[in-house]
Ligand binder design. Structure first.
Ligand code: MN3
Length: 227
C-alpha cells in the first residue's frame, strides 16, 4: 500500500514539474543600433554596456537562479520578494531587469514631452514638466555612488520619483520606497564615463533627448492595470 502511494505521489510530482516550466527571461536584442542614440549616448558605451555589462548580469542571474524556484513565477514577482534570496540574485536579477527597462524607455529621434494621461499625472505630481525634470535630476545626481533614478507608479496610481543603490529597484522589498518603475536612468559610471567622464549632470541633461515617452506611457497603462 505504501509503495503504491509512493508511486502515485512520484507520478503526480513529475506531472506538476513538467507543467510548471520556469519562465526564463530572455536576453532581448537591443531595440536599435549601438550608434542610434548618438550624440547623446555614444556607440562604444552602448556596445560595452549592452553586450558586456547587461550580458554579465543576465548570465549571472541564470547561474544564481539555477536549481532554485526563483524564476518560476516570473521576474517581477521574484524581485518583489528579493529580500529572502541570496545577494547574487538581488544584484544580477536586478541588473537584468533594470537594463532591460532602460534600453526600452529610450529610442532614436525621441525626447520631447510626454502626452495624454502620462502628462496629466506628471503635472499632478510635480506641477509641470520642467519641475518634474528638476526633481528627477536631483534624484539622479544625488544618488551617491552607483545606482538608478526612477519614475514610479504608486499603489493609488499617482507618480513619484525615487532612486536606488547598486542594482536595486522599486519592485524590491529591500527598504526602498516600493512602486512600479516606468522610467529609469542608469547612473553607474559605466553608463556615461567614456563620453561624459565625471560630468554626471551633463549625461542626465542629454537623457531627455532620447526618452521614448510613448513606451513610458504604455508602461504607465500596464502599471495602472496591475495595481
Ligand atoms: Mn548599467
Amino acid at each position: 500500500m505504501q509503495k503504491i502511494l509512493f508511486l502515485v505521489i512520484t507520478a503526480l510530482l513529475t506531472v506538476t514539474c513538467l507543467q510548471a516550466q520556469p519562465a526564463v527571461p530572455e536576453f532581448a536584442p537591443l531595440p536599435y543600433a549601438f550608434d542610434a542614440l548618438e550624440p547623446y549616448i555614444d556607440a562604444q558605451t552602448m556596445e560595452i554596456h549592452y553586450s558586456r555589462h547587461h550580458r554579465a548580469y543576465y548570465d549571472n542571474m541564470l547561474k544564481a537562479a539555477s536549481g532554485t524556484t526563483f524564476l518560476e513565477r516570473g521576474l517581477n514577482e521574484a524581485l518583489a520578494e528579493i529580500a529572502s534570496w541570496p545577494e547574487a540574485l538581488r544584484n544580477n536579477a536586478g541588473g537584468h531587469f533594470n537594463h532591460d527597462l532602460f534600453w526600452r524607455v529610450m529610442a532614436p529621434k525621441a525626447g520631447g514631452e510626454p502626452q495624454g494621461k502620462l502628462a496629466e499625472k506628471i503635472n499632478a505630481a510635480f506641477e509641470n514638466f520642467e519641475k518634474f525634470k528638476e526633481e528627477f535630476k536631483k534624484a539622479a545626481t544625488g544618488r551617491f555612488g552607483s545606482g538608478w533614478a526612477w519614475l514610479c507608479v504608486d499603489t493609488d496610481g499617482s507618480l513619484f520619483i525615487t532612486s536606488t543603490a547598486n542594482q536595486d529597484n522599486p519592485l524590491m522589498n529591500v527598504g526602498n520606497r516600493k512602486g512600479i518603475p516606468i522610467l529609469g536612468l542608469d547612473v553607474w559610471e559605466h553608463a556615461y564615463y567614456l563620453k561624459y567622464q565625471n560630468q554626471r549632470g551633463s549625461y542626465i541633461d542629454a537623457f531627455w533627448n532620447v526618452i521614448n515617452w510613448p513606451e513610458v506611457a504604455s508602461r504607465l497603462e500596464r502599471a495602472l492595470a496591475a495595481n
